[in-house]
Design a protein around this ligand. Structure first.
Ligand code: FAD
Length: 600
């Protein structure tokens, strides 16, 4: 079994050279994010990922979380202790305000750390991930009293949080939520209903769990405009902060899943014994609006799960390919003996695809994280708006493309292992199974693609999309004008891919206005096209910077050469798919709808 090691060299390169850590650290409030501090934090996180989380990944998968007869949940051996260490080391509150005990670090700094947790043990990290979302919701729209009471223990990790959206009839369509919230004389509400698929809805990590629940009040209008957000603690919190009575929310079962077995996915029953006490967050009927503000963050984090899982699958595949001896690779000397499969060109193709895709996703993710920081903290309002527009465009791409690409990368991870990849002991199969959920929760790829074509492309008539495509084109033109053969090749391929992207943007804007149904039929290939080109853009920038560093004799020459070669592979072997994806959007969308429903 291989051990996970955080790819610190690439993480640092992307942070500093592509995402502009120095600029982000110059934003008001982020002065502590100096290069030395960030390096120290990343090294410490890397140690925690390697030594504490990674060793529990396979055992957690085998053992799974269990619902006990008394309605409590036992997480796999070692998980509770790992969580205690996680919280004690302060990893839970990295980006959270210092007023509540957090460290107020930039999202950009937290992103590689999140990537490490996902890579080492995604099932474990789902608990902190969901807690972050709940903290953000309370911070964004809670009352001062709610913030004082709930945020410090949630930021420290003493209590965890959940997000309760889904019900049996309400998945992608949250307008169908039926859980009821009945106002009480004392200003609280009683909640009744059932939520399904609730990640870490019950567990043994902490004494209390803070559920954030979407529900309807009796007078609420139909549809999405009638949904409110409630805070429902597992134990009622007394005025002095101590835990009081057990609330009427209970785990009635855990789902049996394809992957992430260590993460308890709970069915929660609210109000079976008289009503669960809940507190309104913000105003009635604005629950979905609040959720959407937070969703950017949660969707971004799930995109980073794709990066982490891909990196883990890649590292495992490389280790196996170095070790497994099988035949003599083509082109080797006649006298050569059977060697490791890493010598086979087709294994190299798979490893290069895994590596280039992962590096491209990482770069797109971190650049988006920097935009999120600038959108919140840049001094100038116009700059904030510009970064927000870029981040808004990129969020469905990071979520949709990184998670879809992780399906291919983890599948290649299995393939590199041959038959052993299909056998659980190698661990490759677990990454493949774990990855399968990430294109589904926090909005399926179809939902991300709807967002990308509608709100993010058509709504401003392609203005933001066109602007970003023009930026990619500029990088491509610069690269294509270089004497260096590698940079030149990357530039030419990137220019061709960008032309395909531009034709697809034009088509989406035109078609969405006249035939939205056909536009939606092309939405997922459009999303993939965007991801592919954004990846090529960032790897193109990386290659240019690596070439400059090589010329100047700066940095690790072997790393820089590998960066250029990886970018060139991406440009020559993966970017040509852009034309096919654009064709599928522009020419293929109408026939997606060619059959009537009863012809299937
Ligand atoms: C392991 C796991 C953990 C989860 N954790 C949580 C959690 O913590 N909290 C929570 O609230 N929920 C959670 N969920 C629920 C998850 O968010 C939903 O499963 C997801 O949103 C999809 O909803 P659905 O399963 O009802 O599928 P459906 O909405 O029924 O979708 C089925 C198919 O139809 C497509 N589709 C539906 N509507 C559209 C549309 N408008 N446009 C295009 N395609 C569409 C979908 O893309 C999908 O392919 C979890 C689910 C799982 C499996």
């Amino acid at each position: 079994m291989s051990t996970y090691h955080a790819p610190l060299a690439d993480m640092q390169f992307v942070l500093n050279e592509l995402a502009g850590l120095a600029q982000v650290a110059s934003l008001p409030g982020f002065e502590d994010a100096t290069p030395d501090t960030v390096t120290a934090i990343l090294e410490e996180a890397s140690r925690f990922a390697t030594e504490v989380l990674d060793p529990l990944n396979a055992s957690g998968d085998r053992e799974g979380s269990k619902l006990l007869a008394d309605g409590t949940v036992r997480t796999p051996a070692g998980f509770k202790d790992a969580y205690r260490q996680f919280a004690e080391n302060g990893w839970n509150g990295l980006t959270k305000p210092s007023a509540y005990g957090g460290q107020h670090l930039p999202q950009l700094v937290a992103t590689p750390i999140e990537e490490m947790w996902h890579a080492a043990n995604m099932a474990f990290d789902l608990c902190p991930l969901l807690t972050q979302g709940a903290i953000d919701a309370i911070e964004l729209c809670g009352t001062p009293e709610q913030k004082t009471r709930f945020l410090p223990p949630m930021v420290s990790g003493a209590w965890t949080g959940t997000m309760n959206l889904t019900e049996p009839q309400a998945g992608s369509d949250l307008a169908a939520v039926r859980t009821r919230a009945v106002p009480q004389q004392d200003g609280t509400y009683k909640l009744y209903g059932q939520k399904i698929f609730i990640t870490f809805g019950e567990h043994d990590f902490t004494d209390n769990i803070v559920h954030l629940v979407l529900a309807r009040t009796p007078t609420a209008p139909e549809g999405v405009k009638g949904i409110s957000l409630f805070l429902v603690p597992k134990f009622i919190v007394n005025d002095d902060g101590s835990l009081g009575a057990r609330n009427d929310v209970h785990c009635v079962s855990l789902e049996h899943k394809l992957g992430i077995h260590a993460s308890p996915t709970a069915v929660l029953a609210y109000g079976d014994n008289g009503g669960a006490t809940g507190y309104l967050i913000g105003e009635e009927n604005r629950g979905l609006e609040y959720m959407f503000v937070m969703m950017n963050q949660a969707r971004f984090s799930v995109g980073m799960e794709g990066v982490g899982l891909s990196e883990r699958a890649y590292q495992r595949a490389v280790a196996y390919a170095r070790d497994r001896v099988q035949g003599k690779a083509p082109g080797m000397e006649k006298t050569a003996k059977a060697g490791p499969i890493i010598d086979h060109p087709d294994i190299r193709r798979m490893l290069m695809t895994m590596r280039a895709s992962t590096e491209a996703m990482r770069a797109v993710g971190y650049v988006t994280a920097a935009a999120l920081d600038n959108a919140r903290h840049a001094a100038d309002a116009a700059a904030r708006a510009e970064h927000q527009a870029f981040a808004d465009l990129m969020i469905p791409i990071v979520k949709g493309w990184c998670t879809e690409t992780a399906q291919d990368v983890t599948s290649l991870g299995v393939q590199v292992h041959g038959g052993m990849g299909y056998i659980e002991e190698t661990g490759a199969a677990q990454h493949y199974r774990d990855a399968r959920i990430i294109t589904i929760y926090e909005g399926t790829t179809g939902i991300q693609a709807n967002d990308l074509i509608g709100r993010k492309t058509a709504r401003d008539a392609g203005a933001t999309a066109g602007k970003v495509a023009a930026q990619i084109d500029k990088v491509a033109a610069h690269l294509a004008s270089q004497d260096d053969a590698s940079l030149n090749a990357i530039g030419l391929r990137l220019a061709a891919a960008t032309a395909s992207l531009q034709s697809a943007i034009e088509w989406v804007v035109k078609t969405y206005a006249t035939n939205a149904r056909v536009a939606h039929a092309g939405s997922v290939p459009y999303l993939k096209l965007w991801g592919l080109c954004a990846g090529g853009w960032q790897l193109g920038r990386a290659a240019r910077i690596a070439a400059e560093k090589l010329r100047a004799g700066e940095g690790d020459a072997s790393f820089m050469r590998a960066k250029i070669a990886t970018a060139q592979f991406y440009a020559e072997s993966l970017l040509p798919q852009a034309e096919a994806l654009a064709q599928s959007v522009v020419s293929g969308s109408a026939t997606v709808l060619a059959l009537s429903a009863d012809q299937f």
